[in-house]
Design a protein around this ligand. Structure first.
Ligand code: ACM
Length: 548
């Protein structure tokens, strides 16, 4: 009863209220935010005008927002002529590809952007400004009666073009609906790259039509738990994989949220599941038994890169990736690839001599170069750029040219700088503190995972990307990414618990100028996030939310 009366009063004052004293709790923080007086109120007949754009794609972005608004609030917006509209979406070609401005007064809302992505982000911000995060989650809110937006002028321009999140589904498999949830939260934080780590020693998770055993054999193992020390494999038959159709469904879902998917097939290391599926041509010792791995760690059972059939296999896999994922990049892994089996193999020894090197890492680079040449022969629409983990810098990267990207994780700052100095692109994903599967506090309530609880929300927030990097190298720094490895994490709820709210901290590093980033301010704005997590039904670490 009390709530009803209060919302009624708010509704009556709509348009007259004095702006709240506090700055809106936006994450990521915009580059510029000016508070005005009063608020704009959605009416039953709010009228909208949308500028023309090729393929009607700005209209499509608006339609999706309007549909979410209606589902949560019952408000149905109609279209109107420019002069009569309460909300205007205007194309301004001068702005950056993801930038936007949002000008809210008591009488109207004016959004400007150059591209559909900018309008999408503007409307995501609009959802954050509404009195309930239910709209962001597309859930009906029965309590709020006045759907208002504080009068504000906001301009946003992301600091980095690459703002990513990686999930390892090789170790544990979560399935389509969980991925969609994560994509939703990524979109709420205006992240734009989902790096999907689809293969591991412990599981191959993507159907490859030309090699059915990858999922008949490689997607399954005889333990859910991955053994480590005293933790022994549990003998459960466990696994799963995505069909082409599943993956295409995820691609479409991500595209609607302006997220590009970067599929990763980690080869030639971390490939024991593939080797177990086709030992006859992928293994360095096919006479021996090979199985999908039941343990954590780094397996030595790597692909025999000197076997032409293994190279042909990798080319075929790349072809199917290109067919499913219509985006610019493919990640071929390259981390933690022991060379012992190559060193003991006569064909590998011979190939190393042929390429004129004594460094076995160069065999790995030679393998990648053949895949790169294969892609280069394709029509333009099927071209893809390659990403590798930073261990490839231990070899001579020159044969791969300059148009590759190094994802810097171990010794990340130094590795990224090394890459940039070689003229290569780089993405910062420092293990400490951007591996957000690591424990985020030392509280006994923390779930089992890696680390000592020192990758706190604050530590993640305070990492300063590209710190002290000379101006002439900065153009090589594409952005930032949080990674989530799942050796210890077996269910989606624990993934979410560890991932949130730390993902919000990484998103802010991707968007907000370093000079505006201050942890106490972030922590204060963060207090609004549990409402969204609760509406969307995702778990999160509670320790930084005293109200919870
Ligand atoms: C990695 O953490 N092995 C990339």
């Amino acid at each position: 009863m009390k709530i009803k009366r209060l919302t009624c009063v708010v509704a009556c004052l709509c348009g007259l209220t004095i702006a709240l004293a506090q700055t809106p709790a936006l994450i990521p923080l915009p580059a510029s935010i000016e508070k005005g007086q009063g608020s704009f109120c959605f009416k039953a007949k709010t009228k909208v005008w949308v500028d023309a754009y090729p393929g009607d794609s700005v209209q499509m972005v608006w339609n999706r927002f309007a549909s979410d608004l209606k589902a949560s609030t019952g408000i149905k917006c109609g279209m109107a002529k420019a002069g009569k509209a309460d909300i205007r979406l205007e194309v301004d070609g001068q702005m950056g590809p993801e930038a936007y401005s949002l000008d809210i007064t008591t009488r109207r809302v004016h959004i400007r952007a150059a591209k559909p992505a900018g309008f999408f982000y503007a409307l995501q911000t609009l959802k954050q400004l509404l009195p309930s995060r239910a709209v962001m989650a597309r859930v009906k809110d029965e309590i709020v009666k006045a759907w208002t937006l504080p009068a504000t002028i906001i301009t946003y321009q992301p600091r980095f073009g690459w703002r990513g999140f990686m999930l390892d589904e090789g170790r544990h498999f979560f399935g389509k609906e969980e991925i969609k949830k994560l994509l939703d939260v990524m979109a709420a934080y205006k992240l734009n790259r989902f790096h999907w780590h689809l293969t591991e020693d412990q599981g191959w998770r993507l159907e490859i039509k030309k090699y059915p055993r990858l999922t008949e054999v490689g997607a399954w193992r005889e333990s859910k738990v991955l053994g480590w020390g005293d933790t022994k494999p549990d003998g459960l038959h466990y696994g799963g994989f995505y069909t082409h159709e599943d993956a295409r469904e995820i691609v479409a879902y991500a595209r609607e949220r302006f997220i590009e998917i970067v599929p990763e097939v980690d080869i030639p290391g971390h490939s024991q599941a593939a080797v177990a599926s086709y030992p006859e041509f992928l293994s360095c010792d096919p006479q021996n038994h090979h199985e999908v791995w039941l343990w954590q760690g780094v397996s030595g059972d790597v692909i025999n890169v000197s076997n032409p059939r293994a190279v042909a296999f990798a080319k075929d896999v790349v072809d199917e990736l290109i067919d499913i994922f219509p985006f610019g990049y493919i990640h071929l892994g390259g981390d933690e690839c022991p060379t012992n089996k190559w060193e003991a193999n006569a064909d590998c020894q011979k190939q190393l001599a042929e390429i004129g090197s004594t460094n076995y890492r160069d065999l790995q680079i030679n393998f990648y170069r053949q895949l790169q040449d294969h892609i280069a022969q394709k029509p333009k629409a099927e071209q893809r750029k390659l990403i590798f983990w930073n261990e490839v810098l231990h070899g001579n990267t020159a044969p791969l040219g300059k148009d590759i990207t190094i994802m810097a994780w171990v010794g990340a700052d130094a590795a990224a700088k090394d890459a940039a100095e070689r003229g290569l692109y780089t993405i910062l994903t420092p293990q400490i503190p951007y591996y957000i599967n690591r424990r985020q506090s030392d509280l006994p309530t923390e779930p089992r995972s890696q680390g000592y609880g020192t990758e706190t929300v604050e530590a993640v927030y305070n990492y300063a990307p590209m710190n002290g990097i000379a101006e002439n190298l900065q153009a090589k720094y594409m952005g930032v990414q949080a990674n989530f490895w799942t050796e210890w994490v077996e269910d989606a709820s624990t993934v979410q618990y560890l991932m949130f709210p730390r993902l919000a901290a990484v998103a802010e590093a991707g968007w907000t100028p370093q000079s505006l980033r201050h942890y106490p301010d972030f922590l204060q704005r963060l207090q609004a996030e549990p409402a969204y997590y609760d509406w969307r039904g995702v778990n999160y670490g509670k320790h930084v939310f005293p109200q919870k």
